[in-house]
Ligand binder design. Structure first.
Ligand code: M6R
Length: 634
């Protein structure tokens, strides 16, 4: 939800921290702040709004004070920085992180929610502490300063380990989800971090080390990273990385190498990350498919800690996810049930555990998450495991919590997705779900190797089809300019086209801030058709006529129904489908693709449409208002 960066090394920390924040801004952009330890002093600056506001403030300070770093505050080699998505307390200057204790020596930044903050705040206020913000984070700053004072009073010397010890004491008092980073002016050269149910990774450099919510923050400097476990404290200096648990017992993380480089997290000439990520989809699909089919025709997942015998015993599947990932799960249901004949339900993660779902050892729960940190999905996963169900994760982020806690993982190899709106994550999640369906069918003896290979071959053709589609997408851009003032846009589809309709509407809502709704095309006449007025744009996703002509014909009838009531129809159909031509005010042809796989192509024009309408309306396409890339609170 928030982006966090820490640096300990020999170079000026401020520029490195700001650079890391630029790469993490997708995680939250309500306010930003930094704290640098410089010559035994703590220098902080923070500002509401996007990071650019903080940078402007720093530049003004530099002009006024001739700051050493040229950025308004000193050039000390230790620092922390934060970019916020507000939870406790509005997005104001005073609620921006870092937060400091009264002595001004300690600075703390935080991602997550401290659930017992009201109790802690009450206790601290009773002890005479004056709060300067409305945040839960400030409690941690006061508690850390108090722990340091007590330890020093007990005779402990200032050292990096003292900072870690104090942080351990603080963590034992906190409930909820948190990543915390802290520095202390009296302990220069050290940054301490702590995590519970919230992301934190370590970057291992040469004579410098990093802490961050996500490897993107330090990828320019090092690709060697350490994944921390749950409830761990990490202390970095320029030359050391020490990990303990909350009781101070030595612990270890898991080393990993990041297999993409800094350019993957840059715009590369595009106006928006989202447009770049849309164009990257053919490659992302190809990468996700790479090496999935062995020479003897077996589908390979990544980490599998579920035996084939257990997979054969699965009698029910739940797919659980949020937002766009949930829509990919809705598509997956059609393929998985068709290929495996196992009953499959799709649930919103935020609803799943509260309705007491019936789960047992023979239930397979598939959780889908690009970030691997979405709290609703993580809590659903834990609920499933408590009920003894097996959990299989589809995830794009190595080292994140969701795959780590799952029994099996299929990683999508989409590379970093920076734009808040999911694009390549969606398509690669679809590919992953198809592979899971095929794998289950294979393990259970329902599909022969040649049948599996035939579907995989169809999947391998998709990247080329998408390149061709993206090469002739200009008319969709023109259409976007025509639709930018529409008061409402409706999307209809049947079968796998229904989740595509929902996804198209979600994209338009989140990027263009327009009213948009997706409907099952057959459901329209049961109520929503009343929304249609003269000129209402209705985007219709038409299934292939090949093999399922009844399905195709039903959607064509639905198009006629809305058109008869004045709708302006924008039809997405496969090349050569002449039956839709008389009813389409605007026709977008997509390459021919088997029905179950069709969302891999029909979604793409909707992504382009939403991004272009948002841009035409003057919105920030990558960072829509009120949102953040990964939602690490429930
Ligand atoms: O990281 P996750 O895949 O778990 O995120 C789930 C949703 O928050 C996410 O897909 C969201 O709906 C997208 N921003 C929509 O474009």
């Amino acid at each position: 939800m928030c982006g966090i960066v820490g640096y300990a090394g020999a170079r000026p920390a401020l520029e490195i921290v700001l650079d890391g924040l630029r790469r993490l801004e997708y995680r939250g952009y309500d306010s930003a702040g930094v704290a640098i330890v410089c010559d035994g002093e703590l220098q902080t600056e923070k500002k509401a709004g996007k990071l650019a506001n903080l940078e402007k403030l720093l530049a003004e300070r530099a002009a006024a004070t001739d700051g050493d770093s040229g950025l308004g505050i000193g050039d000390g080699p230790t620092g922390i920085g934060h970019t916020r998505w507000a939870t406790h307390g509005g997005p104001t200057d005073r609620n921006a992180h870092p937060h400091q204790a009264s002595d001004g020596d300690v600075a703390v930044i935080h991602n997550g929610i401290i659930e017992n903050f009201a109790k802690l705040r009450g206790e601290l206020e009773d002890a005479g502490v004056q709060f300067r913000s409305d945040t839960d984070t400030e409690c941690a700053a006061h508690l850390l300063a108090a722990a340091l004072t007590e330890l020093r009073a007990a005779g402990e010397e200032n050292s990096p380990q003292l900072l870690a010890k104090a942080m351990q004491q603080v963590c034992l008092r906190l409930e909820g989800a948190f990543t915390l980073l802290a520095v202390d002016a009296a302990i220069p050269g050290a940054v301490v971090g702590a995590r519970r149910n919230s992301p934190l990774v370590v970057g291992r450099g040469q004579g410098e080390n990093y802490l961050a919510s996500d490897v993107a923050a330090f990828i320019e400097h090092t690709r060697e990273a350490v994944e921390l476990g749950q409830d761990q404290i990490v202390l970095i200096t320029a030359d050391t990385i020490e990990i303990t648990d909350f009781d101070g017992q030595p612990a270890s993380g898991t080393d990993f190498h990041v297999d993409w480089d800094a350019s993957a997290a840059e715009k590369g000439g595009y106006d928006w990350f989202m447009l770049k990520e849309i164009e990257e989809q053919p490659q992302a699909i190809a990468d996700t498919l790479l090496g999935r089919l062995t020479e003897n025709g077996q589908i390979m997942l990544d980490e599998v800690r579920i035996s084939d015998e257990d997979l054969r015993d699965v009698d029910k599947i739940f797919i659980v996810a949020c937002g766009t990932a949930y829509h990919s799960g809705m598509v997956a249901k059609y393929a998985i049930e068709h290929w495996t004949r196992i009953p499959c339900e799709v649930e919103l993660a935020s609803e799943f555990r509260y309705r007491d779902p019936v789960l047992d050892r023979s239930t397979l729960v598939v959780v889908i998450s690009q970030s691997g940190e979405t709290m609703d999905t993580l809590m659903a996963l834990r609920h499933a495991k408590e009920q003894k169900a097996r959990v299989l994760a589809v995830c794009n982020t190595n080292g994140s919590t969701i795959p780590r806690e799952s029994d099996a993982v299929l990683y999508t190899h989409g590379g970093p997705e920076i734009a808040v709106a999911s694009t390549k994550a969606f398509l690669t999640q679809l590919v992953a779900c198809y592979l899971i369906g095929l794998h289950l069918a294979q393990v259970r003896g329902i599909k022969y190797a040649d049948e599996v290979a035939a579907v995989v071959a169809q999947l391998h053709q998709v990247p080329e089809k998408l390149r061709e589609l993206l090469g002739r997408i200009e008319p969709v851009r023109e259409l976007a300019r025509e639709l930018k003032s529409a008061p409402t846009v409706l999307f209809i589809g049947r079968h796998v086209g229904y989740p595509v309709a929902l996804e198209g509407a979600l994209k338009l809502k989140e990027l263009a801030y327009m009213h948009a709704e997706g409907f099952a095309a057959g459901e329209l006449k049961h109520g929503p058709i009343a929304l249609i007025d003269e000129g209402t744009p209705v985007i219709c996703i038409v299934p292939s006529a090949a093999g399922r002509s009844m399905l195709h014909d039903k959607v064509v009838s639905n198009i006629q129904e809305v058109r008869a009531r004045g709708a302006r129809t924008i039809v997405i159909a496969e090349e050569g489908d002449r039956a839709v031509e008389p009813y389409a005010d605007h026709l977008i042809y997509v390459p021919r693709t088997p029905t179950l796989l069709a969302p891999l192509v029909t979604t793409v024009p909707l992504q382009v449409l939403a991004a272009e309408i948002a841009a035409a309306r003057g919105h920030d396409v990558d960072q829509p208002r009120n949102l953040a890339k990964s939602v690490t609170v429930e």
